[in-house]
Design a protein around this ligand. Sequence first.
Ligand SMILES: [Zn+2]
Length: 620
Amino acid sequence: MNIKCMYYSKQFQNKPKGYEVAEVQKGLSQTEITIEQLADDLSQGATFKPALLNGTHSSDWISQQLFALDFDHDTTIQEQIAKCSQLNIYPCFGYTSFSHTEQEHHFRLVFCTDTVITDVETRNKLQNTLISIFDKSDNVTKDCTRIFFGGKTLICNDFDRRINGYQIIDKFYKEPTLPITAKSIDTKSCKKKLNVYSNNQSNNDMALKVEAIKSLNVGVMRCLLGKALEVSTNKEGNISSSISVPFQYDLTFKCEKDIYSYINSIDLSEYLGIYGYVKCILPEHDDHEPSAHIYKTNDGTQVYKCFGCNKARTIIGITEELAGCKRSEAIEFIKSVYGIKLVESDWTVKQKKLMIDSANYLDTEDFKISNPELAKLIRTRKTDIQAILIHFTQYVNEDMQIDGKPFFFASYKTLMKVCGIREDNRKKLASTLVLFSLLNMVIKLQVTDIPEKELNEAKHIAALYHQKKLTGFYSFEEYGINSLKDSENIAKTLKANNITLKGLGREYILRTFGVDLANKCYPQYRFENSQGTSKKSDERTSQIVECLFYCIEQKGYATEKDVVYLLGDKYKYQTTEIQIKKSLQEILVSYDLKRIRANKDTKQLYHVECNGYPFIIIKI
Ligand SMILES: [Zn+2]
């Protein structure tokens, strides 16, 4: 039996991007196809829209028999197959999408109704019902114009399987609570604007929205997004109060980052009324060809792109440019239109302030006076830690706290961007984090430190920001004299040992400051043996000790150069130098030795015969 849907047969190897998306959008056409064939093609990269459409707009919907659900986070194929049997609602096939991996299952399930649905209200009810009962599925599929790209493999097939849409609606459908009533729509100003444009129905929506954005008219924009106009505009410009799509009006967020993430994920096609290619709407481009369209970046950000003037704009950017307003005004406008509110608890406000204060503290005289060595030590990396602190303030979230303190997660890539470190220089970030961890200015947390509830919240947030995985976890102690007391001493020791940031290996920290600090800076090693050192380096260390004592016996003192010279043949010179740096502090403490810079008197005392005033190692 053939099914009607929108279909494009070209088989992609990867998820279509940029131009390819435009190509797919153009290539999708009304097709009659068997479910077997469709399933087979989709699992090899072809593309479809489950609905039969007469264009690209939701008002072009004709009929539908296939209903697809998209699963892209927080679930597995097995879990959803089990859910199907629990609900007794089975797909006729499913396939993994391009981004599917063993660790993160990304897949689609496609259901087929026993009769063709020709009434859009039933279609919407059924799709929304399926989304709500398969609660791990993505609600982007509520859009009847949604494109489903193909993928890699079929995960199940039962091609003759059908679902009874009406029964499912009867059993599971819940009336959505409309947060907005027709009354609250500013119909008066909508009408006024409507008179401006009445020519082309399909461009009407876009023209109205562009006008509303240009004048930053929240009322009109809300009205247009409520879709009142699209459904029932007649020639006189009268507006029916019916709303075909419930429009979210009150969205509260607990942290600013969630707001930006949400804003960037707003359906830009809907916001601008742009579907497919249109003439550029940017004020400075007098476009005569349809050269602009909307696409989605890998992280889910929606972008307006014009190939004519070669400009790309996010929802904030395009609002700024159309309205000729400031960025902050554009953001305020978008927030008002979508009813976006930041509701921060007192705790959140306080934690953010503490972090900003900590960042600022490092610039104060107070800090330099109280912690002179520390201030000198971190001089070249200070802005990195400040940038990291400020970056994380956006993510302070009540649901992510341990012992009353907020914690954060970020990938190396993110933190490198935050600190302006080049992508190929991971080592620099690693050493920065070790340094600040040693100085108690960053606390590195392990996944195993995070309670399950908080970890789940972190996973949820990672999914929201389209992050593939959770990486490093961090928290911060408020900076001040007491929290940095040890840090000043550590800075002194590092200086006394002439340690560069490159030398801050685990072994050095272990030998110099003990196992607790080593575990703090390198928490990933904390389950290793408590020595944490390799046999080889232990061997080298004892050779160094022997050399030191040999020299001291011979001439009363030793220098690091002596040791390098004596051991250089056996181990490479450089290896020996590094080993000395790592082990010296431990050796000095363990063997009652000290390292001092020779002056005129000591040079005479120990008969140091060389130019300058080198560091020498002597018995206490
Ligand atoms: Zn343009």
